[in-house]
Design a binder for this molecule. Structure first.
Ligand code: B12
Length: 292
């Protein structure tokens, strides 16, 4: 890149589009070069190029140009540039981050739904939803803005996860899911519920902030084969609250303390999944058994 940013020709070569296309996008949608240098053509800054990368990707995916331009411009003005995401992230993660920042609920729902329907819950969770959640949280840190973004993104994730059809019948709901006492982060357990449902396994989701004695009662009343208790952060991850769960009868074949919040050591007999796939690997053998 030259001292003054990129020329239109350089950007066209880098993105693999025609110079005339870039000029059209500039004129129609304002996706042009923003750096002005006296007596020279305007130059494309790194942020201009990042926006054009979003535009190229979305139009390649079939998003209409005016809609793609609206999403690509979401970082303007004064808002953070489109996310720089970890390489494992799905290509649509950047678009979802931009849509989240814009509070663009229809775009969020459609991106999340196409990942969940096209690639399945585990892929969507690992490669799209987690990277975007982490990115949104990262952007919050300096000045505590964007809480509304986190809330609406969470809502959209939940709405799509809830559309995964739940099985009914005898083998339904052999897994019990509950957040630890005072724990409000429910998304990972909702992802597990949806991933189990994809495999034909139902679950009972008790949701946020479940006191240990209430969880023990639920075990006694429903006799689950597997129980997952989620702690997202250390204030909710005291292993002592697992004792009433371990004492409850009938004893579930699997008792798993999931999430990064749990303290050490966990009581004997409690499993600790590393991620969503691992949680499924632990749950499926015990919940698909038909022997009781
Ligand atoms: C969405 C969100 C919320 C939403 C939750 C909505 C919902 N319905 O779940 C709301 C707004 C309610 C919320 C509230 C709060 N939040 Co919050 N939240 C988040 C956010 C952005 C995503 C949480 C999430 O789903 N993470 C899941 C993935 C993305 O992260 P992960 O746990 O690291 O996932 C991996 C492992 O856990 C592992 N794994 C291991 N076992 C298993 C098992 C299964 C089944 C699965 C699926 C995965 C898994 O796999 C995952 C990777 O694939 C995180 C940011 C983050 N980095 O997580 C902050 C975050 C967790 N929140 C944070 C905080 C501080 C709060 C509040 C205290 C804020 C406040 N002042 O009120 C409250 C907590 C209230 C409470 N008592 O619980 C902090 C926690 C800091 C800390 N470590 O101590 C974080 C890290 C943000 C930050 N950077 O500061 N939050």
């Amino acid at each position: 890149m030259s001292e003054y940013g990129r020329s239109v020709g350089e950007v066209a070569r880098r993105l693999g589009v025609a110079v005339t296309t870039l000029r059209t996008w500039h004129q129609r949608y304002g996706l042009g070069p923003s750096e002005h240098v006296a007596h020279r053509h305007r130059r494309y800054t790194p942020d201009d190029v990042a926006r054009l990368e979003v535009m190229c990707r979305l139009t390649t995916e079939g998003v209409p140009a005016h809609e793609a331009a609206r999403i690509a411009l979401a970082g303007l003005p004064g808002e953070p540039a489109p996310a720089r995401l970890a390489p494992v992230a799905d290509p649509s993660a950047r678009g979802l981050t931009v849509a989240a920042v814009r509070l663009d609920m229809p775009a969020m729902l459609s991106t999340i739904a196409s990942a969940v329907r096209g690639r399945g819950v585990v892929y969507a969770w690992d490669h799209l939803l987690c990277p975007v959640l982490v990115e949104v949280a990262r952007r919050q840190e300096p000045d505590h803005h964007m809480i509304e973004v986190e809330h609406l993104l969470s809502r959209c994730i939940l709405e799509v996860l809830w559309t995964v059809p739940r099985p009914f019948g005898a083998s339904a709901a052999r897994t019990l899911l509950a957040c630890a006492a005072d724990e409000q982060h429910t998304l990972p357990l909702e992802a597990l519920a949806a991933a189990l449902a994809e495999q034909g396994c139902g679950s009972r989701m008790l949701g946020a902030r479940v006191p240990p004695l209430a969880l023990a009662d639920a075990i006694r009343r429903t006799g689950p084969a597997a129980v997952f208790i989620w702690s997202q952060f250390t204030p909710t991850g005291d292993p002592a609250q697992l004792e009433p769960v371990l004492a409850a009868r009938p004893r579930p074949a699997l008792i798993a303390a999931a999430g990064p919040g749990w303290g050490d050591p966990l009581p004997p007999g409690v499993s600790r999944p590393a991620d969503l796939s691992d949680a499924l690997r632990l749950a499926l053998p015990v919940t698909t058994r038909r022997d009781h």
